[in-house]
Design a protein around this ligand. Structure first.
Ligand code: GUE
Length: 303
């Protein structure tokens, strides 16, 4: 239970993302009217993993809905690394493409890091290129990874000024943990990055005013790891068996034991409907920013 005896505010990432996509759509319409510019996002999928196909299809739909051009490329599962890198270079050189996303994971014969390194930092809407990671760490303008950006937007929607708060990020991946920590540091939080080797993780987590779970282990964060009143952001996307839905069925759960944590937290994101929808909206946000910068037009701030 929270300090005032109420359960947590459930942070509606789906609704926030819909609002953000609406504001992005307004900017895209203005860019077209004033500058004749239509932002374009290229998404490359290698192989035919069903989950990835669903994500890529949803990204394409969302991209067109905000008035951007969506370019989708499906390459066979046995595509060589050199062929994929050649595709990336072609997109780097294409002026109608402002953002490039290669859906991960890629097949084993391809190095994910080489793909990341080959995408032009200016078109790296995933924010994973070392140049963008370095810009974030140095407090310079760059492109920030979509999931971390989405987490920060949701946190700031709950609490506009988070300076001086204790933030604990569980997880140290380049994709989420590290960039989330950098963003929270930029907002003047006191940031701890915890991980699988952290001693007494439960105690560290319980010190957090803002707790971000990005480990990829279903319901690992228990209710008594949550400080009463804390903001809890659950980045986990774990598919677990759901026999109650029928044989072979699965459901999506986060890294947080939601039912227990919501009795303690002040605000908490659900899974699904929390961080996930923000990731796609922030991809469009980054594509808009990238298109403006490439065209030498002032990029919108604080969308
Ligand atoms: N280069 C690259 N960039 C990515 O950002 C990237 C990637 N590769 N590979 C796969 C992961 C995963 N990802 C998700 C995005 C949205 C939802 C999402 O919208 N989830 C919904 C529900 C989805 C469902 O029900 O299955 C939700 O949480 O409410 C989930 C997962 C982006 N990824």
């Amino acid at each position: 239970m929270t300090e005032d005896g109420m359960t947590a505010r459930i942070i509606d990432g789906k609704a926030y993302a819909a609002g953000l996509r609406g504001r992005i759509g307004d900017h895209v319409a203005r860019l077209q009217k004033d500058h004749g510019l239509t932002p374009g996002l290229a998404v490359v999928l290698v192989g035919n993993d069903p989950a990835s196909e669903v994500y890529v299809r949803n990204k394409g739909i969302a991209t067109k809905e905000v008035g951007m051009n969506s370019f989708e490329f499906k390459l066979p599962a046995d595509t060589s690394e050199e062929d994929l890198l050649a595709k990336v270079r072609e997109l780097n050189a294409d002026p109608s493409v402002h953002g490039i996303l290669v859906q991960f994971p890629v097949p084993d014969q391809i190095s994910q890091q080489k793909v990341i390194d080959t995408i032009s930092p200016d078109k790296d809407v995933d924010g994973l290129h070392p140049v963008n990671a370095g810009r974030l760490a140095s407090g310079l303008d760059g492109l920030v990874s979509c999931t971390p950006l989405g987490c920060l937007m949701l946190i700031k929607d709950v609490m506009a000024d988070i300076a001086g708060k204790n933030a604990v990020v569980i997880g140290r991946s380049n994709l989420v943990g590290k960039p989330v920590a950098q963003l929270l540091l930029k907002e003047n939080c006191t940031v701890t990055i915890a991980h699988s080797r952290t001693a007494d993780l439960a105690k560290v987590a319980a010190s957090a005013d803002i707790l971000v779970a990005a480990v990829g282990r279903a319901k690992m964060v228990k209710g008594d790891w949550v400080k009463p009143g804390a903001i809890v952001i659950d980045v986990g996307m774990n598919r677990i068996p759901a026999p109650e839905k029928g044989e072979g069925k699965t459901r999506l759960v986060g890294d947080v034991d939601f039912e227990a944590a919501k009795e303690v937290a002040g605000a908490i994101t659900p899974v699904p409907g929390g961080v996930g929808p923000m990731t796609i909206a922030c991809l469009l946000h980054n594509t808009l920013i990238a298109a403006c910068r490439q065209a030498g037009i002032a990029a919108p701030e604080g969308l």
